[in-house]
Design a protein around this ligand. Structure first.
Ligand code: NDP
Length: 449
């Protein structure tokens, strides 16, 4: 390995030894950009990698709130303002009990590269809390969001840092956060948050964007290998925002989605998933995926137990991990390959472990990397920001067409970078290289900051 790269990886590992997800994300990026680093001896003198790896700022704060029983609960809030090279910090908020600094930093680090790939003027950030929204009443969610924003507001702004949703943060939470921000600031800064409801400044097609974008990327990737989506079988993990709209677009492209999941287990419907039923369970009733069996007795439910993810044991042409990080590990990759999978499209952030990705690629499975394939959400958030600045709305069709063009261009950038360095359609490395080159150019231009 290149000496400079090795030194930086060692130092990063020593400094962050309690942050496994962050180290995994850094390792994956750094090892794949080696051919570029090898061409640029000057990077070491300006500590380019060290500066890219260290967040510009990490904010950690207390979030006290009162539950319906009158008890005071204290959660921990985070905002990692990672990198503002290309524009205001931009990235989602995650509310999930697993949230910690390692997860926030890995997501923030990934976000810098993803945002660079979109070609839009946005820097990288991530935030959230270890608050668990599951089972909470609407009032509890509102009180939590208001307390969270009462601290966060001083760190964000439409030209400073623009949060959005992620796991556990959807339209409802963004609404409560926006309301509190507006109240504290006494100003209608529409572009301070994205993922807003369309009635007060949100963009049409933002809700659909990550899932739809994933399928646009998948269409391009398969097309480059003369494979058509029509008639292909698809399995999807998760049944949240990304999973639901990936399913919707896959179905409209003529593919047959046969499985979806949540953290308890997965449903398998050989007739094809009834998405209206899933939306009713998840978007309206906030229920469990198992409830699908109540309207589809022919479907099967497989409970999650043990190390394997049941959704990856189902035979499929295309697998779309759309739930969370490291949800597709080596055992799952082996199951998918044994069942003849053609392509894996990452809808979630870092859903495949490094070992699983390597195994899939060694077995000629096409892998669409998250940084590129799920960039449609943040790209459409940037389109939402521009609409807010213009005080103007695009139609659904206009936003979707822009999203399609962006995803098509992202695939092209990944392919060109892979081709340039002779990487045999390694789009994971291609995405990292294409984004890194852009960021490195901006870093050199902006001096030592
Ligand atoms: P949601 O909260 O809407 O849905 C998450 C889904 O994943 C749920 O079905 C949830 O099941 C499942 N899930 C979450 N954590 C786990 C876990 N530890 N094990 C198994 N299943 C789990 O989130 P999103 O759809 O918004 O996000 C999903 C992924 O996509 C995340 O990795 C996110 O970072 C990424 N992403 C999201 C974007 C967006 O625009 N929303 C943009 C780009 C990336 P359960 O309900 O049982 O917890």
């Amino acid at each position: 390995m290149n000496d400079y790269l090795e030194k930086v990886l060692d130092e990063t590992a020593k400094k962050n030894e309690t942050q496994p997800e962050f180290l995994q994300a850094v390792h994956e990026v750094l090892t794949s950009i080696e051919p570029v680093i090898a061409q640029h001896d000057e990077y070491e003198n300006i500590a380019l990698l060290e500066r890219m790896i260290e967040p510009e700022r990490v904010i950690l704060f207390r979030v006290p709130w009162i539950n319906d029983a009158g008890k005071v609960i204290v959660n921990r809030g985070y905002r990692v303002q990672y990198n503002s090279l290309l524009g205001p910090y931009k990235g989602g908020l995650r509310f999930h009990p697993s949230v910690n600094l390692s997860i926030m930093k890995f997501l923030g680090f990934e976000q810098i590269f993803k945002n660079a790939l979109t070609g839009l003027p946005i820097g990288g950030a991530k935030g959230g809390s270890d608050f668990d929204p599951k089972g909470k009443s609407d009032n509890e969610i509102m009180r939590f969001c208001q307390s969270f924003m009462t601290e966060l507001y001083r760190h964000i702004g439409q030209d400073v840092d623009v949060p959005a949703g992620d796991i556990g943060v959807g339209g409802r939470e963004i609404g409560y956060l926006f309301g509190q921000y507006k109240r504290i600031r006494n100003a209608y800064e529409g572009g301070v948050l994205t993922g807003k409801d369309v009635v007060y400044g949100g963009s049409l097609a933002r809700k659909e964007a990550t899932g739809y974008g994933l399928m646009f990327f998948m269409r391009e990737m398969l097309g480059a290998h003369n494979i058509c989506l029509m008639g292909k079988t698809v399995t999807i993990s998760g049944s949240g925002n990304v999973a639901i709209y990936a399913c919707e677009k896959a179905q409209s492209m003529g593919a047959k989605v046969v499985a979806m999941s949540d953290s308890n287990g997965c449903i398998y419907d050989e007739n094809g998933i009834d998405l209206d039923c899933v939306k009713e369970i998840k978007e309206v009733n906030r229920g469990r995926i198992k409830e699908y069996l109540e309207c589809h007795q022919n479907a099967k439910y497989i409970e999650k137990s043990g190390i394997e993810n049941p959704v990856w044991t189902i035979k499929t042409d295309i697998a779309l991990p759309c739930a969370t990080q490291n949800e597709l590990i080596i055992e799952d990759a082996k199951n998918l390959v044994a069942n003849g999978v053609i392509a894996v499209g990452e809808g979630a952030n870092m859903p495949c472990s490094e070992e699983a990705t390597k195994y899939l690629q060694e077995h000629k499975v096409l892998v669409a990397p998250a940084k590129a394939s799920n960039a449609g959400g943040v790209a459409t958030s940037a389109i939402e920001m521009s609409q807010n600045s213009m005080r103007f709305y695009h139609t659904f069709e206009e936003v979707e067409a822009k999203l399609d063009t962006i995803m098509t261009n992202i695939f092209k950038a990944c392919k060109e970078a892979s081709d340039e360095f002779g990487l045999n359609d390694n789009y994971v490395a291609g995405a990292n290289i294409a984004a890194f080159k852009k960021l490195a150019q901006a870093m050199k231009a902006q001096g030592i900051v």
